[in-house]
Design a protein around this ligand. Structure first.
Ligand SMILES: Nc1ncnc2c1ncn2[C@@H]1O[C@H](COP(=O)(O)OP(=O)(O)OP(=O)(O)O)[C@@H](O)[C@H]1O
Ligand SMILES: [Mg+2]
Length: 304
């Protein structure tokens, strides 16, 4: 898709400016629209396979009990969020990107108060999205986000432009890592790229697949120490999740852990994570991922 096609689809939709971005998520000014948009939570990692989709499936399933929730699978290369909700959407975000439909046409129900925009396969794996494609996605999200209370992005692994921009424009960014030193290095690499993009809130850290509390403590403190020293800020460590075979069994059964094995150690930890997030989110007004992203992209184009 080129600019002309993207613009035609966007029809030059005017987007209200987002209030000033800062790392203080509570500072929303007097924006009257903000409170009616979904609170966005972007789940990222540097390295693949750290547990983003496992966390996303349970988190979104729990959030849906509180309010209408949309999951956006940001992996357009090897998407699999739909597997963990056991749905088979006919259309994916790639169909919207390639102009075959609008993003709203891709929304697929996958539970009570829970919808999914599936990612795709084979798209943008190497080069990443062009600015106009990302703008198209942002505009589609902007149109949808008023209908939901929560928007959870299951991001692709790695440091692609689209993943970093989405994370920066989300109300919350959760970096999922394991205590594995390569995963921690890549989590730090993600933070290093994200911080200059001025994320809307202080990134949060989840240490997954830990075998004892000391392991989580060691991993989290190490990332915090290095971030503080070299980036000038500390990510907030919000949870550690145990190594638990329940994750594998529930993936085989295509179910979020909190539904498939609700008494497992992992499900308990995921529920605690969700409750903590809900408390935190409740103290701040959402800004709207689609709107914030559009605003950022247009600023970038203006100053380029
Ligand atoms: N706490 C855990 N205990 C044991 N296994 C886990 C745990 N969390 C995730 N896994 C397993 O790790 C594998 C990768 O998990 P998942 O697909 O959620 O990672 P991901 O970060 O989404 O990967 P990708 O980057 O490819 O999207 C899966 O087989 C999953 O069952
Ligand atoms: Mg995944």
């Amino acid at each position: 898709m080129n600019w002309a096609q993207a613009r035609q689809i966007l029809r030059f939709k005017r987007i209200d400016p987002v209030p000033s971005t800062s790392t203080d998520a509570g500072d929303l000014g007097t924006d009257p629209l903000a409170s009616v948009r979904a609170t966005s939570i972007c789940i990222v990692s540097g390295k693949g396979g750290t547990g983003k989709s496992t966390v996303c499936a349970s988190l979104s399933s729990m959030l849906a009990r509180t309010g209408r929730t949309l999951v956006f699978d940001g992996d357009l290369g090897v998407a699999n969020a739909h597997i963990l909700h056991d749905v088979h959407p006919e259309r994916t975000a790639v169909d919207a990107l390639e102009g075959r439909c609008q993003l709203r046409d891709v929304v697929h129900p996958c539970g009570e108060q829970l919808d999914l925009i599936a990612g795709g396969s084979g798209y943008a794996q190497v080069a990443g999205l062009k600015m106009c494609e990302l703008e198209l996605l942002a505009a589609g999200i902007e149109r949808l986000e008023r209908q939901y209370r929560f928007l959870v992005v299951d991001a692709a692994a790695g440091l692609s432009h689209q993943t970093v921009e989405m994370a920066a424009a989300s109300d919350r960014v959760i970096v999922v890592t394991t205590p594995d030193v390569t995963a921690m290095t890549d989590a730090y690499a993600f933070l290093k790229v994200l911080v200059p993009r001025k994320p809307l809130s202080v990134p949060q850290l989840v240490i997954n697949r830990v075998t004892c509390p000391e392991e989580a403590d060691h991993a989290a403190r190490r990332i915090q120490r290095v971030s503080k020293k070299f980036l000038g800020f500390e990510p907030e460590w919000i949870a550690s999740l145990p190594e638990d075979r329940a994750a594998f069994r529930c993936t085989q059964r295509r179910m979020p852990v909190v539904r498939g094995e609700e008494d497992s150690e992992l499900a308990v930890a995921l529920r605690d994570l969700t409750h903590g997030l809900l408390e935190d989110i409740g103290r701040h007004h959402p800004r709207g991922l689609g709107r914030a992203l559009l605003h950022r992209l247009r600023e970038q184009m203006r100053t380029a």
